[in-house]
Design a protein around this ligand. Sequence first.
Ligand SMILES: [Zn+2]
Length: 262
Amino acid sequence: MVREAVAPFSRLRGEQIRDYLRSMTKLAAFVGRLEGEMSIAAVLAPTSIRAFLRNQPAGVRDEEPYLWRLARAHGTVPMDESVHHQVGRHDLKAPYTTEEIEALLLAAHSQPTELRQLNVLAIVVLGAGAGLVRESSRDVCASDVHRHEDGVFVRARGRCAKVLPAFEAELEELVRRRPKGRLLGTAQSRFITAQAHQWLDDRRGVPRLSVDRLRASYLIDLMRRGHTLVEVMAWSGLKTTDTLWRLASHLPVPSTCPRGHP
Ligand SMILES: [Zn+2]
């Protein structure tokens, strides 16, 4: 069942597919312990995934992005599932939640034309996956995507932006489907974002597209993953720590000392 569930990602390389295998194995074991139904649809149902994530001890590897991708690949995340209630409408620069990002990716993949799919995908993947928005994303091409020892990076405006592992597969797909020219497409970049707004606006359950929120999601994910301040600033091109301080309120606060002190 695990192999079958991961099959839609079989094009990925060893290390990347292992993330999906591990996530799916853990989720299946969790549902199995609860004596739940062991079909793909039941195991990857949003209720199962949420229950599993709630039961994960702090500090273990975050399986969330892989699980929502698997769910999306098998169509177990309903299109009309509303994620609007999670949008902090008062804070237009707040990071998106993982579910909101998944809703945006799902909306990108379900656009009616190839051009629309790739334009929306490029905005979301470059923004939330590499922190590249506005001018920094404008001229990025497939040839700017490359590998360092520790993962995938995108060259943009004199820096190399680390790609969050959870976005590597989406970026790979984008590069494969748009191997020539700018990943964002050929129209003027302001126009591309405005168009994408329109294409997504009438979709239920899809949060409003905001490049500021995409970039905030990238920054917060780097911090959550424990990267150093120097790394975060180098990859994101930030010159001061002001933005990071503002975002710090969105970071989880460790509630207990790992050594058990009160
Ligand atoms: Zn590089």
